[in-house]
Ligand binder design. Structure first.
Ligand SMILES: Cc1cc2nc3c(=O)[nH]c(=O)nc-3n(C[C@H](O)[C@H](O)[C@H](O)COP(=O)(O)OP(=O)(O)OC[C@H]3O[C@@H](n4cnc5c(N)ncnc54)[C@H](O)[C@@H]3O)c2cc1C
Length: 432
């Protein structure tokens, strides 16, 4: 019997420190600075670097990494508990050295990178001296990577890239882009047609056509990028040729669960605000908290958040146990599919309970609702993840050729009577 929902006391002390630190030292940055990825901006350097030093001193820097990459290697459960806290502030992930998409990009560089690639691209990324971009989605389709057309050909000792990518987040601040493109269009297996490349941002031929923003975003950050005869050395291939899908999966597994961990924090913040408002606002002679329909909103939100948190923590525990994202695919897909609804439901109820100020730009709820849609799109749409869950669930079942299911009550009773014939009279009476 090894079920245990307790946090080890030593780590709890670190979480308590992080909770206070994020609230008092990090959250103010959300209201003063621009994009968290603008790491070379003097204001960001001035305010973020000292806080990062404090996090390092507290032993909480880059908690998604193992010791071989300079992290403490706490594992996913502890990371989940920390990320819940970091999800409450925009700047917290960067102050703690674990912001997406750099975490995922670092993960694939660590996994597939050559020593030279790691020295040039991974180390400064881990140190947050630079940021990176993952350039995969194309303007004509993101949910189905098999439609991607960005092409890479080998010419002498160079790869030459041509094509367009869409929603390449943070390309404008990135020192390098990780680009997924077609190398082997005629490969028999469709999933062997693409490869992954590291492309330094200053390579001639990269053009940001425009930066697309979403509602509430401080600076438009999602680049529509055109690659025209972009030439990179052969050693900028990341992983094996034709293994682009495998590399992407390595990256996306972790990314999805880390978003979910932070989403718990974001949803908890909305719930906290909802509760405070319900207890404070008086209308028609009583507090909102005394009205049953408001109580229902609070109860539904708490139950949803608690259930989601347990799903995330159990999935994190499974990753720790198996050390293999592929073995936890169903669970990660389930977390990814559940996440947008939980945040959307709770933020929407918080907005409603706040009335007019709830919809205003003075409150975070509209942005949280947009964020819920982003969670349902980035790293693949909810529908696609639900399909994965369903397919994996169905793998545990077998079809039968029976006209009536074996679990029908009639069949079950017949089997029971075969086992206990002496009860026939009693069973007849029951069904008479
Ligand atoms: C904020 C944000 C940041 C992002 N950052 C990056 C990034 O850094 N790098 C990158 O490469 N991409 C990024 N993306 C792109 C993201 O991966 C895509 O938006 C996503 O994969 C969906 O692709 P699409 O937008 O082209 O939608 P489409 O592929 O056109 O799909 C549109 C809709 O169709 C429906 N749909 C799709 N497939 C199915 C299906 N099988 N069954 C039922 N319905 C379906 C879904 O409702 C889906 O939302 C980002 C997206 C957002 C919103």
């Amino acid at each position: 019997m090894s079920w245990n929902f307790e946090t080890d006391p030593e780590f709890q002390k670190k979480l308590d420190w992080a909770e206070t630190f994020v609230r008092t030292d990090v959250e103010p940055l959300d209201h003063l600075l621009g994009a968290i990825y603008d790491v070379k901006n003097p204001d960001n350097i001035r305010l973020v670097r000292p806080l990062q030093a404090k996090v390092k001193a507290a032993g909480l820097w880059a908690c998604h990494l193992g010791p071989e990459l300079g992290g403490p290697g706490y594992g996913q459960v502890k990371l989940a508990l920390l990320n819940e806290i970091l999800g409450q502030s925009d700047f917290a992930p960067v102050v703690f050295g674990c912001q997406a998409p750099d975490t995922g990009n670092a993960e694939i560089l660590a996994h597939y990178g050559t020593p030279a690639q790691k020295a040039r691209f991974l180390q400064p990324l881990l140190d947050n001296e630079i940021v990176s971009c993952f350039s995969m989605t194309e303007p004509h389709g993101g949910a189905d990577p098999l439609v991607f057309t960005t092409r890479v050909t080998q010419e002498g000792d160079e790869w030459v890239i041509n094509g367009e990518k869409w929603f390449s987040s943070n390309a404008r601040w990135a020192d390098f882009l990780i680009v997924m493109a077609v190398t082997d269009p005629d490969a028999a297996l469709p999933h062997k047609r693409m490869s992954m490349f590291i492309v330094p941002s200053d390579t001639p031929g990269i053009e940001i056509i425009r930066n697309v923003g979403f509602a509430g975003e401080r600076e438009a950050a999602h680049a529509y990028v055109r690659y025209t005869n972009v030439r990179i050395p052969l050693d900028h291939l990341l992983g094996e040729r034709g293994e682009g899908f495998a590399v992407a999966q390595t990256r996306l597994g972790g990314g999805r669960i880390h978003h979910a961990m932070r989403t718990i924090g974001e949803a908890r913040k909305a719930l906290d605000m909802m509760c405070e408002r319900a207890l404070s606002r008086v209308t028609q002679g009583e507090r909102l908290s005394e009205k049953q329909m408001v109580q229902e909103k609070i109860a539904d939100s708490w139950i949803e958040l608690k259930s989601f948190r347990l799903l995330v923590l159990e999935t994190a525990w499974r990753i720790d146990k198996t050390q293999d994202y592929r073995k936890v695919r169903k669970d990660i897909a389930a977390v990814k599919a559940a996440m947008p609804k939980v945040l959307n439901d709770i933020a929407s109820r918080a907005l409603q309970i706040h009335g007019s100020i709830g919809v205003s730009t003075e409150m975070p709820f509209v942005r949280q609702i947009i964020s819920s849609y982003i969670m349902g799109l980035a790293d693949g749409p909810t529908e696609v993840h639900k399909i994965t869950v369903a397919k994996q669930v169905l793998r545990d079942y077998r079809p039968t050729n029976d006209l009536f299911p074996a679990y029908s009550l009639i069949s079950a009773r017949e089997r029971a009577l075969e086992q206990y014939p002496e009860f026939e009279a009693l069973a007849e009476a029951e069904y008479a």
